[in-house]
Design a protein around this ligand. Structure first.
Ligand code: XMP
Length: 514
């Protein structure tokens, strides 16, 4: 892959969005933390670099910074917000706090552009941008000019007229009217991208790469039945046919009838599928465990050992490969490459003896976002029932039971979850409900049933609307649907006597509770 943009992450909340926007313009990009070395940047060999926003002030002691020799690479650079201020300060300009003045800006802001600048080609002279800054550039570096202004900010965009560009506003959010066009201009007019990053070319290249890498080896694929590993099953099956063995492990924390559904879906796909019932094995390991990260670690590790046992059974050895459907957000959210750890995704914790039992681990989807995986799934001809299946976390209901996981709680949650999901599906609400499920809390509360006092678990219903699962808003489910679900659950499940609906978006909450 030749044409790449490097996005250097200064910790801003929209940074993954920048990456997705770049890819939507058919240019491949990767996000790396600001601690990346200049050697690694050179080795990556980008056609352009984007410096993102971030929560700090460039003039703070220990403010995030990168090696200034980045400016001598002869590669175009676009700084956004903090990134723009970083360029200005690094090259001799001055960035000041807007606290004492009225020069900070938040929200939709009318902006006037110098449309002779290649960054602003083919956009109107005046439009709305999204600002969110408490600092401003008070003095430009030598050789720079201002190419956009607002009523309170005379340097809303800057350039050296050659390779360096900075914008104070956020091009990546929809509220910036011409944000997408400005990013396009950076990619195509300034970095001279050709735009070959498309799912069909990814698909063909990935199949060819996998064939070359696997040679006459075999592959054991960890198949969860979710969209990521299903897409990978299809990709690998195209690449190596029946040298692929898919192993689906039922760890006992699956949704109602999940294993039967998986068998049904995949038996139609002509794959070697092995279904392993490992409920006892996992539940005994989860006994007395309450901490969510610990649950993930235990489940991730135990998955690894089950796969090893299955590999041995099927004669898959050290000359063969292990594959899993890791996607880009799993890598980022698990904190690899310097980002803060939010959740340790279960597929990032395989024990080293598992890793060492195979020739290599294949994770060919680990550079793709969820919506790209879905595009790839369609490209591979997978049915919509798989491509648009709502995601289900690898650790399953274990991270939807707060506190200790027991068989009894699992059975309770499975039933409640199936009532909720079937009512959502019956009501035709799947457009506003991208992922919907129930969570069993560890709290009990007092209720009254008939004439008697009850003291049972509180259940949470959670549903979010999202495209990429990186940000999400809670679904506006009509009250009568919520009411139907609530009445059914408390009537049909004696262990639950109270239902709440989660109305937090992500951020600040996450989709899952643990
Ligand atoms: P959060 O809770 O981080 O979830 O907002 C974002 C998406 O990722 C799924 N998720 C997981 N998937 N292993 C997975 O395979 C995990 O450990 C895991 N944790 C969260 C979650 O269901 C949502 O779709």
């Amino acid at each position: 892959m030749k044409e790449k943009i490097l996005i250097i992450d200064f910790g801003g909340q929209y940074n993954q969005l920048i990456a997705r926007r770049v890819r939507e313009h058919n240019v491949y990009c990767e996000l790396m933390p600001y601690t990346v070395s200049i050697e690694k940047i050179r080795e990556f060999d980008p056609i352009g670099i984007i410096l993102t926003g971030g929560p700090h002030s460039v003039y703070e002691k220990d403010a995030p910074s990168i090696d200034k020799s980045i400016f001598t690479l002869n590669v175009p650079i676009l700084g956004i917000c903090y990134g723009c201020q970083f360029i200005a300060q690094s090259l001799g300009g001055v960035v000041s706090s807007a606290k004492e003045s009225s020069l900070g800006e938040y929200g939709r802001t009318e902006t006037v552009f110098d449309i002779s600048c290649p960054l602003f080609k083919d956009i109107p002279q005046k439009s709305i941008t999204w600002m969110s800054h408490g600092d401003y550039i008070s003095k430009l570096p030598d050789g720079f000019t201002s190419v956009a202004k607002t009523a309170s900010c005379p340097m809303a965009a800057i350039t050296d007229g050659r390779l360096l560009y900075g914008v104070q506003f956020h091009t990546e959010v929809d509220n910036t009217e011409y944000g997408s066009k400005i990013l396009y201009n950076f990619l195509y007019n300034i970095c001279h991208a050709k735009g070959g990053w498309k799912m069909d070319s990814f698909c063909q290249n990935a199949i060819a790469d996998l064939r070359a890498k696997i040679g006459d080896g075999r592959v054991l694929l960890a198949l969860s039945g979710g969209v990521d590993s299903s897409v990978l099953a299809s990709l690998l099956s195209r690449a190596i046919g029946n040298k692929l063995t898919c192993v689906y492990v039922d760890h006992g924390c699956m949704r109602m009838n999940e294993s039967a559904k998986i068998k049904e879906i995949f038996s139609a796909m002509d794959l070697n599928l092995v279904v392993v019932d490992a409920e006892d094995r996992f539940l005994s390991k989860l006994k007395n465990i309450r901490d969510p990260q610990e649950k993930r670690k235990i489940i991730g590790r135990e998955f690894g050992y089950v796969f090893l046992d299955e590999a041995e059974k099927f004669g898959i050895t050290k000359k063969d490969f292990f594959a899993q459907g890791t996607i880009y957000p799993d890598v980022i959210e698990s904190g690899e490459g310097g980002a803060g750890v939010i959740k340790l995704h279960h597929n990032r914790v395989l024990p080293s003896e598992v890793l060492m039992s195979f020739k290599d681990i294949l994770e060919p989807l680990s550079c793709l976002f969820k919506d790209e995986i879905r595009k790839l799934g369609k490209e591979l001809g997978l049915p919509e029932s798989i491509v648009y299946r709502q995601p289900f976390p690898g650790p399953g209901l274990a991270i939807r039971i707060l506190g200790e996981v027991t068989k009894e709680k699992l059975d309770t949650l499975r039933l409640a979850d199936s009532i909720f999901t079937s009512e959502i599906e019956k009501s035709g609400l799947t457009d506003i409900c991208s992922q919907y499920f129930a969570v069993l809390t560890d709290s009990k509360s007092v209720g009254v049933m008939g004439d008697g006092r009850t003291y049972e678990h509180a259940l949470v219903l959670r549903s979010v609307k999202t495209n990429d699962f990186m940000t999400a808003s809670w679904s506006r489910i009509p009250y009568d649907v919520l009411d139907r679900v609530s009445v059914r659950i408390v009537n049909e499940i004696p262990k639950i006597n109270r239902i709440t609906y989660d109305i937090t978006s992500k951020p600040p909450a996450t989709v899952e509770w643990e």
